[in-house]
Design a protein around this ligand. Structure first.
Ligand code: ZN
Length: 392
C-alpha cells in the first residue's frame, strides 16, 4: 500500500515532506498535511477493540502494526463537590452543584504513561514502512519516552533531542528504553536545525516537527489520536457526550480527536460531534488568545509570548491551524488557567487517587468551569501520569 496523498486542509494544495504546507508557512501559518478521512461506514463500534491498531483500516499506514497494547484508557467519573474541593474549603457562598457529569479519560494508563503512545505506535510503523532504520524526536516531554519505547519494540534506533529541562523520571525512562538522548543546549531554532540536518543527511525518520511555524507533529503518527474519539463513542454509546476538553500545545491530540469524531459522524455512528475545548496554561495560551479575535484571518496569525509554566509539556507561541479548525468545526472554544489553578487541580485529582502530571490536570481544571446542561457528559482528557515528574 502506498501512503495516500497528503493535502493542506487550509489551502488544499498537495504537500510533500515533513514541514507542513509551505504556502501557508510563507504566510506565517503552521498547517499540517492531512491524509483523507477514513470511511467508517458499517463499522460495528461495539466490537471495536480500542487503540489505533484496533481499526487499522482507519490508518494511513500499511503496517505491520507496532504495538505495546496502547489505547483503551479508562474513563473515570470525577467527584464534583459543591465547594470545589479547593484548598481550605470555604465558608463563603457555595457554588451550585454542576448539573453535568465530569469524566476523566486517563491516558496515563498507556504503556509509557501518556497519550503519546497512540501516536508513536502509528508513527514508528510509518517509519518501518518507508524503510527507515533510525527515528528521531525532539521532545522535552512524553513524546521522547513513547518514541523510545515503540522504536525499541520495532527494533529501530531512536535518537531523542531534549533540553536540560527534562524531569529526572522522564530522562531515566528514555535512557532505560535504549534511546540515544542528545541534550541540546541551544535555542529551539538551533535544535530544529540540527534535527532537519539529521533528517536530510542521514535519512532519519522524524516523529516530531522541526520547522517554524510548527505545523504540528508527524501527520501519520497523529492519526493514532483518532482512536480516543472512537473509544469515547464506544464507551458512552447511548449517552451524548456534550464536550471534550483537551490539554493543548500544538493541538495534535485535539485535532486528531476532532478528526475521529468527524469520521464517526460521517458514518452516522454518532448523532453529532461533541464540542471541543482547548485547555491551556495561561502562561502559554495561543488558542485562547486567537479566539479573542473576531476574524479567522487574525485568529490564524495570532502570536503570543510564552512564559515558563508548571505545565512543562505545554507551551506554544502560535496556534497550529488544524487545532483552530477543530475548534471552529465543533463550535468549541479555548480556555486558559493559571499555574495556581493547575496545581490545585493536580492536588485535587491526587486526593481522588489520580496522579497526573500538571500539564494533564489542565483539562480537568478547565472542565470544572464550563457551563454544562443538566445531564450532559463532559470528558476531560488526562494525558499523562504524574510519576515521571517525581524525584527532582
Ligand atoms: Zn496550505
Amino acid at each position: 500500500m502506498t501512503p495516500p496523498p497528503l493535502h493542506c486542509p487550509r489551502c488544499d494544495r498537495p504537500v510533500e515532506g515533513f514541514g507542513g504546507c509551505r504556502s501557508c508557512a510563507a504566510e506565517g501559518i503552521g498547517v499540517n498535511a492531512m491524509p483523507p478521512l477514513a470511511d467508517l461506514t458499517g463499522l460495528d463500534l461495539a466490537g471495536y477493540p480500542g487503540g489505533p491498531w484496533g481499526l487499522p483500516a482507519a490508518l494511513p499506514v500499511p503496517g505491520p502494526p507496532v504495538t505495546l497494547g496502547e489505547g483503551n484508557a479508562p474513563n473515570i467519573r470525577l467527584r464534583q463537590d459543591p465547594d470545589g474541593g479547593r484548598d481550605g474549603g470555604g465558608h463563603g457562598a457555595r457554588r451550585a452543584r454542576p448539573a453535568g457529569e465530569l469524566w476523566l479519560k486517563y491516558e496515563g494508563g498507556n504503556p509509557t504513561g501518556s497519550h503519546k503512545d497512540r501516536a508513536m505506535a502509528v508513527g514508528v510503523a510509518a517509519a518501518l514502512a518507508c524503510g527507515a532504520d533510525t527515528v528521531v524526536a525532539a521532545s522535552s516531554g512524553n513524546a521522547g519516552a513513547a518514541a523510545a519505547a515503540y522504536a525499541a519494540r520495532a527494533g529501530l534506533r531512536c535518537v531523542v533531542f531534549t533540553t536540560e529541562a527534562v524531569p529526572a523520571g522522564l530522562r531515566a525512562q528514555i535512557d532505560a528504553l535504549g534511546a540515544e538522548r542528545v541534550v541540546h543546549r541551544g535555542t529551539v531554532p538551533e535544535r530544529n536545525a540540527a534535527m532537519a540536518r539529521a533528517v536530510e543527511e542521514f535519512g532519519w525518520y522524524p516523529l516530531t516537527s522541526f520547522s517554524a511555524p510548527s505545523p504540528g507533529g508527524n501527520r501519520y503518527a497523529n492519526e493514532g489520536y483518532k482512536s480516543v474519539a472512537y473509544e469515547l463513542a464506544r464507551d458512552f454509546a447511548g449517552r451524548r457526550i456534550d464536550t471534550v476538553v483537551v490539554p493543548t500545545s500544538r493541538a495534535d491530540l485535539l485535532a486528531g480527536i476532532g478528526r475521529g469524531f468527524r469520521e464517526l459522524a460521517g458514518a452516522g455512528l454518532i448523532a453529532r460531534e461533541p464540542r471541543l475545548v482547548a485547555a491551556e496554561p495561561a502562561a502559554a495560551a495561543p488558542y485562547t488568545a486567537a479566539l479573542r479575535h473576531g476574524e479567522r484571518g487574525e485568529q490564524e496569525r495570532t502570536r503570543v509570548a510564552s512564559r515558563p509554566t508548571v505545565a512543562f509539556s505545554l507551551g506554544e507561541e502560535r496556534p497550529c491551524w488544524q487545532g483552530l479548525d477543530a475548534l471552529w468545526r465543533s463550535g468549541g472554544t479555548a480556555c486558559a488557567v493559571d499555574d495556581e489553578v493547575i496545581m490545585a487541580e493536580h492536588r485535587r485529582l491526587a486526593a481522588e487517587g489520580l496522579l497526573l502530571e500538571p500539564s494533564s490536570a489542565v483539562a480537568a481544571a478547565v472542565a470544572r468551569e464550563l457551563p454544562v446542561a443538566p445531564g450532559a457528559v463532559v470528558v476531560a482528557i488526562g494525558t499523562a501520569t504524574g510519576l515521571k515528574g517525581m524525584g527532582g
